[in-house]
Design a protein. Structure first.
Length: 219
C-alpha cells in the first residue's frame, strides 16, 4: 500500500537516492505515483523526466541500474528517500559515482569512475530527439527548433528537402567531411519531422529490425 504522499502541483515528488552500503547520496530525481508504483513493482528505480516528459528507469541505457532496498518518506510526507544497491560503477550521467561531485565553489571533488562518453555517444540520436520534444512542448523564443514548430509542418518539410539536396551536392565531389556534415543536418531535421508527427525513434528501430535479414528481391 502506498501512503497518501504530498505531491506538488504537477503531481511530482522529489526522490533522494542513497547508497545503502555507505550512505552516500547518489542523485535526486522526481517521481509521480506511477513511477513510484513501477519502482515498487520492479524493484528498480523509475522516475518521471520533466524535460523529456516520459518515464525512465535509471540505468536502462547504461546498465548502471539501482536495486531498491528500502523506501522511506519524510515527516512532511513530501520527499522520498530510497536506499539502493548501485549496480555498475556510478549513478551520474557524467561518469561519477554520485551526481553531487562539486562543492559550492564549483571545484570537482570526485573523479570519473566510468567513461560516460563511451556509454552515451551511441545514444546521441535519442538525446537530440529528447531536446527536440522539449522545444516542442516548451517553446523558447531563441530556439531554432521551436521556430520550426511555430512555422508549421510545411517549413519542416522544406528544410528536409533542402538538406536532401545538399547531401546530394556534397556527394558529388565535396569530400567525406562535407558529406558527413550535410547528412547530420538531414538526420537532425528528420528528427524534427518525427517529433511533429509523434513518431518515436523506437518506431524506426522496430521497422529496421523488421526488415533486417529479409531479401529485398522479389520474384
Amino acid at each position: 500500500m502506498i501512503p497518501e504522499l504530498k505531491y506538488d502541483e504537477k503531481g511530482l515528488i522529489p526522490a533522494i537516492i542513497q547508497d545503502i552500503e555507505n550512505g552516500e547520496v547518489l542523485m535526486m530525481a522526481y517521481m509521480d505515483r506511477t513511477a513510484l508504483e513501477k519502482t515498487i513493482e520492479t524493484g528498480y528505480t523509475h522516475f518521471w523526466s520533466r524535460s523529456m516528459q516520459k518515464y525512465w528507469m535509471k540505468g536502462e541505457t547504461s546498465g548502471h541500474v539501482q536495486e531498491v532496498n528500502e523506501i522511506l518518506y519524510d515527516c512532511d510526507e513530501d520527499t522520498l528517500l530510497i536506499k539502493v544497491t548501485q549496480i555498475g560503477a556510478g549513478a551520474c550521467h557524467t561518469g561519477r559515482r554520485s551526481c553531487f561531485f562539486r562543492n559550492i565553489e564549483g571545484k570537482e571533488m570526485a573523479e570519473k569512475v566510468f567513461s560516460a562518453e563511451d556509454v552515451y555517444k551511441k545514444l546521441i540520436l535519442e538525446a537530440i530527439y529528447d531536446v527536440i520534444i522539449d522545444r516542442k512542448n516548451n517553446p523558447k523564443e531563441d530556439s531554432y527548433v521551436s521556430s520550426l514548430f511555430r512555422k508549421g509542418k510545411d517549413e519542416i518539410l522544406k528544410k528536409i528537402g533542402e538538406e536532401s539536396v545538399e547531401v546530394v551536392v556534397a556527394s558529388k565531389g565535396q569530400g567525406r567531411e562535407q558529406i558527413v556534415y550535410e547528412l547530420a543536418d538531414l538526420w537532425f531535421h528528420s528528427l524534427v519531422l518525427m517529433a511533429e508527427e509523434g513518431i518515436e525513434i523506437d518506431d524506426i528501430y522496430n521497422e529496421l529490425q523488421r526488415r533486417f535479414g529479409k531479401s529485398g528481391l522479389r520474384k
